[in-house]
Design a binder for this molecule. Structure first.
Ligand SMILES: NC(=O)c1ccc[n+]([C@@H]2O[C@H](COP(=O)([O-])OP(=O)(O)OC[C@H]3O[C@@H](n4cnc5c(N)ncnc54)[C@H](OP(=O)(O)O)[C@@H]3O)[C@@H](O)[C@H]2O)c1
Length: 224
């Protein structure tokens, strides 16, 4: 039975990853900040175990990694903040930006570091849920703080891909589309089912490489 670990699994895109991998017969390690408040996650059928994890804490990530003695076929570093507390240019809340960076960038990197040994044992795949908002070529005004975290995580994932490729582990960032979740809002054009179905197909096709592409959930190549 293949095993996937998902961060930010309480709702939105992360919860849908848990549902889809589980209904496909995978064992799923579903990580979320507050399991007691994650009723939808607890209700998912199958081989799902729920683990408390705040990805802003590298120490907590390392502690969970030490507890898990299983090769991991897939790790999805999905947990993210939309940067609402960070303000915008002219009125940036630097503490809010730090908080967004801690989750969107350091959280992904710490997850990659802590679970690299588990991924190496399975020659597995690490996907970070980034955003087209992190594309420098695509950028215009607005959302400075969120965009810069996603640009940073794209850089980090490129380095991580090169670090892990010699051990047979594939790593890449993905854009999930503009998705109907709490973060994406009700007006988003893409549903979670469609987004995650596409992302899972692409994750299954990942191969170890020192220079991964930046793809959206449909497999379209995006500019860095
Ligand atoms: N929706 C979109 O249109 C869209 C577009 C591009 C990229 N993305 C990216 O996709 C990912 C998932 O977003 P979403 O749309 O599903 O957002 P969402 O509905 O707001 O869910 C965000 C998830 O991240 C978790 N999270 C936040 N901070 C965390 C922390 N410190 N530790 C652990 N988990 C934490 C939340 O947990 P709690 O329930 O505990 O708050 C929740 O499970 C994010 O990285 C986001 O940037 C989304």
């Amino acid at each position: 039975m293949p095993t996937a670990l998902i961060t930010g699994a309480s709702r939105g895109i992360g919860l849908e990853f848990v549902r889809q991998y589980s209904s496909d017969g995978w064992r799923v390690l579903a990580c979320c900040r507050t399991p007691d408040a994650a009723a939808d996650l607890i209700a998912v059928d199958g081989e799902v175990s729920v683990h408390p994890l705040d990805v802003a804490s590298p120490k907590a990530i390392r502690a969970l990694a030490a507890e898990i003695d299983a090769p991991l076929d897939v790790v999805v570093a999905n947990a993210g903040l939309g940067g609402k507390t960070a303000g915008s240019f002219g009125a940036i809340d630097y503490a809010g930006w730090d908080e967004t960076f801690a989750v969107n960038v350091r959280g992904v990197v710490a997850t990659a570091e802590a679970f690299a040994p588990h991924l190496k044992r399975a020659k597995g795949r690490l996907a970070a849920i980034s955003s087209l908002m992190g594309s420098i070529e695509d950028a215009s005004s607005g959302a400075l703080c969120y965009r810069s975290t996603k640009a940073a995580v794209n850089m980090a994932m490129t380095i991580i891909a090169a670090e892990l490729a010699p051990d047979g582990v594939a790593a890449a960032p993905f854009h999930p589309g503009w998705v109907k979740t709490d973060m994406g809002g009700p007006g988003a054009p893409t549903g979670v089912t469609e987004s995650v179905t596409g992302l899972r197909r692409l994750i299954a096709e990942m191969t170890p490489t020192a220079s991964p592409p930046f793809l959206d959930f449909k497999g379209k190549r995006l500019p860095w």
